[in-house]
Design a protein around this ligand. Structure first.
Ligand code: NAX
Length: 326
């Protein structure tokens, strides 16, 4: 039998954690032949709830789940880990603006980046979900000097999935019939869901729906979807976020469909004129744990302005945390 891989989830007793763990254990991410050992991290006040989650994981009798370990020490939770989902962070409260959130969460990711650096397996890949995820991933990458920078990702797959769902709904198609939707920039309402190369049932979206809707209602719906879910549910997206995290890591592991691409927040080396050293969402092709930024995509004036705005926001976030970037 295939040897188990070690998979860490931080914030494992939280809402996204609760939706994520059972799908990981059932084989939705790494496949039905790949056993896993879960190594779960929580802060001390979350440990009791986490014990309950572990009972439920055991009660599910997942054949692929070869072990569950829990800790409130990142050095233990990341020991020998191959895949890490960094979900846990402090949620934004009413009195906090984005800069406050960035400052509150930054130190979590210096500690976790260092703990990954010192303890993870040499093939580790880390996906940051906890917000502000691009800048948190940047901090973690800086705090892990021995791990290649391109191993730290931020999750924009939920934005991609939301965009695909809206296009499918508009054109009476299934989400699986939508391809080549790229998310550019930050996971925030400045991100740009690029429809220019998108296809539905193999035909360009721009031939099937007008730019007015694409630049207006479509963009607004995707950018404000998280807020709409909070208003409707009274809680932020959890199952869809967990599903997107599975999609991100599954695509990185298994690869994307031929001819398609997906979106990942990854280390910028200056591609498409984006300054070096930002964690920036690009359209990528991937597989086997690696990715390539899709080259040669063209942007019209509208796209260029949106990409400039999201780049400016990421530069400002980087400035806010500059003391944490060694
Ligand atoms: P919850 O508040 O339900 O759970 C977070 C958990 O993290 C808690 O159990 C808490 O005890 C734990 N935690 C806090 N600090 C920790 C630390 N230093 N180490 C380990 N665990 C720690 O939030 P949840 O709804 O699960 O959301 C988690 C994060 O995902 C938030 O930052 C949220 O903003 C972010 N999201 C990111 C999305 C994305 O697309 N990138 C979408 C969904 C979500 O908004």
């Amino acid at each position: 039998m295939t040897a188990p891989i070690r998979v860490s989830v931080t914030g494992a007793a939280g809402n996204i954690g609760y939706a994520l763990l059972f799908r990981l254990a059932s084989g939705d991410c790494y496949g039905k032949n790949q056993p896993i050992i879960l190594q779960l991290l929580e802060i001390a006040p979350g440990m009791k709830a986490l014990e309950g989650v572990v009972m439920e994981l055991l009660d599910s009798a997942f054949p692929l789940l070869h072990g569950v370990e829990i800790s409130d020490d990142a050095n233990k939770a990341f020991a020998g880990v191959n895949q890490a989902f960094l979900v846990g962070s402090r949620p934004r409260t009413k009195d906090m603006n984005r800069a406050d959130l960035i400052s509150a969460n930054g130190p979590i990711f210096t500690g976790q980046g260092k703990a990954l650096n010192d303890n993870a397996a040499s093939d580790v890949r880390a996906l940051v979900v906890g917000n502000p995820c691009n800048t948190n991933a940047l901090i973690a990458a800086h705090s892990a000097p021995d791990i290649p920078k391109d191993r730290f990702h931020a999750m924009t797959r939920l934005d991609e999935n939301r965009a695909k769902a809206q296009l499918a709904k508009k054109l009476g198609a299934l989400p699986g019939e939508v391809a080549r939707v790229g998310i550019w920039g930050n996971h925030s309402d400045t991100m740009f869901p690029d429809y220019a190369n998108a296809t539905v049932r193999g035909k360009a979206v721009t031939e099937q729906v007008g730019e007015e809707w694409l630049q207006g209602e479509f963009l607004k719906t995707v950018a404000t979807r998280g807020k709409a879910i909070i208003e409707a549910r009274g809680a932020s997206s959890a199952a869809s976020a967990a599903s997107a995290a599975i999609d991100h890591m599954a695509t990185l592991w298994h690869g994307n469909a031929p001819g398609d691409f997906t979106s990942m927040g990854v280390w910028s080396n200056g591609e498409y004129g984006v300054p070096k050293g930002l964690i920036f969402s690009y359209p990528v092709t991937s597989g086997g744990g690696n990715f390539n930024i899709v080259p040669g995509l063209e942007h019209g004036e509208f796209a260029k302005a949106r990409i400039a705005a999201t780049t400016a926001e990421l530069l400002s976030e980087r400035e806010t945390v500059k003391d944490l970037l060694k």
